[in-house]
Design a protein around this ligand. Structure first.
Ligand SMILES: [Zn+2]
Length: 260
């Protein structure tokens, strides 16, 4: 879920008119309010996302690390009850704003930001959530991959079967010698054939490249079976195409998919 948040700066403060908590994203006009009207004390500074003004901000880097920064010297911001100017935080950190120690929940804020980003899926904000994107070409990618893997598995099974033949032939040969001693020389043929098949089986197994081939196929598949949104391109996992078309959107960037 962090994927869409990477590289974003979250602005947090008091809603100017109605005194609710206001959450915005730097560079975006859409914002979300949380809590009751007038619930945020005056010791929390106002947030105006369009002007980049806030009580504090959370920057999320490309690795998903979050840094909380107090925006103005006259503001007070606490992390785990210690006053800070700038501090690395995680989802479990306790954050309080202003000398009244108004506490905010990191997870709730991240969820609100995801809503803001999702709400912008019309494609005007340049958040990477535009669409819809066609996933039609992924059907061939899936079918090719799945078909090739199936062929290799069948080959592996046949080599496995080949290995069991010598044993069966030796058993039959042994049984013939035990019960019908008169045809001993005939029974020896079974043992001879068994030896040949066994050698052939060894040869087949030693030259079989199934494991390497599967690895190569997987590698290629992981490069191609990705979200069609150029800003996402996230590998979609070994989910059959029919599951993708049921989902209708990317679980990583939330962009819409079509089969057009
Ligand atoms: Zn995506």
């Amino acid at each position: 879920m962090k994927d869409v948040l990477e590289g974003k700066t979250i602005l947090i403060g008091k809603e100017p008119e109605k005194g609710r908590l206001l959450i915005g994203v730097k560079g975006m006009t859409k914002a979300i309010t949380m809590g009751q009207i007038g619930s945020v004390p005056n010791s929390v500074s106002r947030c105006k996302p369009a002007e980049g003004i806030a009580h504090c901000q959370i920057e999320i880097d490309q690795a998903g690390n979050m840094t909380l920064t107090n925006m103005k010297a006259q503001n007070v911001t606490y992390v785990n009850d210690v006053e800070i100017m700038s501090k690395r935080i995680d989802a479990t950190s306790t954050i309080m704003l202003g000398k009244d120690k108004f506490d905010i929940n990191v997870m709730e804020i991240l969820n609100a930001v995801q809503q803001i980003l999702r709400g912008n899926s019309g494609g005007t904000g340049g958040t990477g959530n535009a669409g819809p994107y066609s996933i039609k070409h992924l059907k061939d990618t899936w079918d090719d991959y799945n078909g090739s893997i199936k062929k290799i598995r069948i080959r592996q099974r046949n080599i496995g079967l080949l290995a069991s033949i010598p044993f069966s032939l030796t058993m039959i040969g042994g049984a013939l010698i035990a019960f019908v001693p008169e045809i001993q020389s005939f029974a020896k043929i079974f043992t001879g054939v068994a030896a040949i098949v066994m050698l052939y089986g060894f040869y087949k197994r030693s030259t079989d490249k199934s494991i390497e081939e599967i690895e190569q196929l997987k590698d290629k598949f992981q490069d191609r079976y990705v979200c069609p949104n150029p800003k996402c391109h996230h590998y979609l996992g070994e989910w059959p195409y029919k599951i993708l078309r049921q989902n209708k959107n990317c679980q990583y960037c939330k962009c819409q998919w079509t089969e057009e």
